[in-house]
Write a protein that binds this ligand. Structure first.
Ligand SMILES: [Zn+2]
Length: 163
């Protein structure tokens, strides 16, 4: 295992987020399996929230499916997306939760999607996480930022074309 994966594992253990992930797994009777990069997979998570097929707490990825499902080659990108969240937990520790919810609120308010403008989801990769990548801003945001934002992006008249 690469040193950076060990560091991530140690940090998420020390900051308590992996412990929290294991508690959620235990409380929901999900089974712990080995993933990649030292990340654990808790398979067979049963609660209806959150609605995603998997989510990460510390270095534990909880999924309604099986570990084999998540580790299959065709879901490598999804695994890497969740692994990226584990790295975010290594940096932020328990602060990840309030920061993530603020990011969700901002994204939802501006686009109607929890992920499209959510810093953490964008950082982990929107497409790999199953989020829309080209969602327009809600009308009220466009009204707020629209004319001036559009104007500043436009080339001034008479300026040479960029290519
Ligand atoms: Zn995600």
């Amino acid at each position: 295992m690469a040193a950076r994966h060990v560091t991530r594992g140690v940090l998420t253990a020390l900051n308590g987020t992996t412990g929290a992930g294991l508690l959620v797994a235990l409380a929901t009777r999900a089974k712990i399996r080995r993933g990649r990069h030292g990340v654990l997979i808790a398979e067979g998570y049963r609660l209806p929230m959150p609605p995603a097929s998997c989510f990460t707490v510390g270095s534990v990825i909880l999924t309604r499916r099986s570990a084999d499902w998540l580790l299959a080659d065709e879901r490598r990108e999804l695994f890497e997306h969740e692994h990226h969240h584990a790295k975010q937990y290594a940096v932020l520790g328990p602060l990840f939760w309030p920061a993530y919810w603020v990011a969700c609120g901002y994204s939802y308010a501006t686009t109607g999607s929890w992920g499209a403008r959510n810093f953490f989801e964008r950082n982990a990769g929107l497409k790999a996480g199953g989020y829309p990548t080209d969602l327009p801003l809600r009308p009220w945001v466009r009204r707020l930022t629209g004319p001036s934002a559009t104007r500043s992006r436009r080339r001034p008249p008479g300026s040479p074309s960029p290519d």
